[in-house]
Write a protein that binds this ligand. Sequence first.
Ligand SMILES: [Zn+2]
Ligand SMILES: [Zn+2]
Length: 345
Amino acid sequence: MDFLEFQIHKLQQAGAALVSPASIFALPQLAVALAIAFAYLAYRQMRRRSTVRLPTILRAMMSRRIIFNRSTYADLFYYFINTFAIGSLIGWGIFSGLAVSELGVRMLRASFGVCAPSTAPEWALRTGMTLVTFFGYELAYYIDHYLKHKIPFLWEFHKTHHSAEVLTPLTVFRVHPIDSLIFVDIIAIITGTLHGLFTYAAGKSVGIYSVGDVNIITCVFLFFLAQLQHSQFWIPLTGLPGRILLSPAHHQIHHSVDPAHHGCNLGSFLAIWDWAFGTLRIPQKEPPRLTFGIGQANANPHRISALLIDPVMNALRVLGLIRRPTPQVSRIAMETLRPMPHEGR
Ligand SMILES: [Zn+2]
Ligand SMILES: [Zn+2]
């Protein structure tokens, strides 16, 4: 396949993804997200003022500050990079979930013998496998995300996602390629292991309920929640629902620059792993003042080099493989801090 054919193929794939019900970003999902946001904003206005003002809601939904923002442009850049330049993320993984599962089944059979094929109804086995792989994916997502926030080397790559200063549905694509590579491998190892255990116990291969290749439960969340998690709409779940599901407000807290919020709400759609491991922060009902991003350490985190190259250099520095900035560079930085003649008058 030559370069042109490859790009046409990617274009067709991107077009299909834009209408697929199993896609992380697609137009039907976006329409559903906007409808939910509209309904929620109207409900909140009704409770406060006993009236609904359409122009106010539309202004809140189509905020120029968010649409025409350098952070949004960088999200768009990453959307194109991930869609056209780098290829399917799943394709890069060193491990494949299916290969891990097959290896696990072989090892279990060699150690404990072969299980007789289960006589349970097919639908029960499929439901079981669908639940196991869904909860397994959610746990794997939590573990991957926890490690990215705890290990400085991994944080340098994950920081690219957190450098977004406004949240849009495209922020989900703002992920460094190495961050994605580690993610798909951790997902493959954990979900593959659980898939293998279930297959071994069932004594035969068992399918899942899915849309395309995507677990049907994940699809439901992709449809109703994923787009809103990276958005400016403060839609909180509190009480018990807030301990089970991660609402858009939960994820906004995760993106907050406040050090007190760092490393909380690490799950994908379920809050249960955060609840179980003590990283859950339930949002309040009224929107607080949150600032998104990674602080003032990098004046412009939306430059292409800051998005792609700096994380690699910083990660190598964390490992001690390259040196910290030379004193000369530091001196230049100090020069820029010195007050200009007209300042301070
Ligand atoms: Zn994070
Ligand atoms: Zn995020």
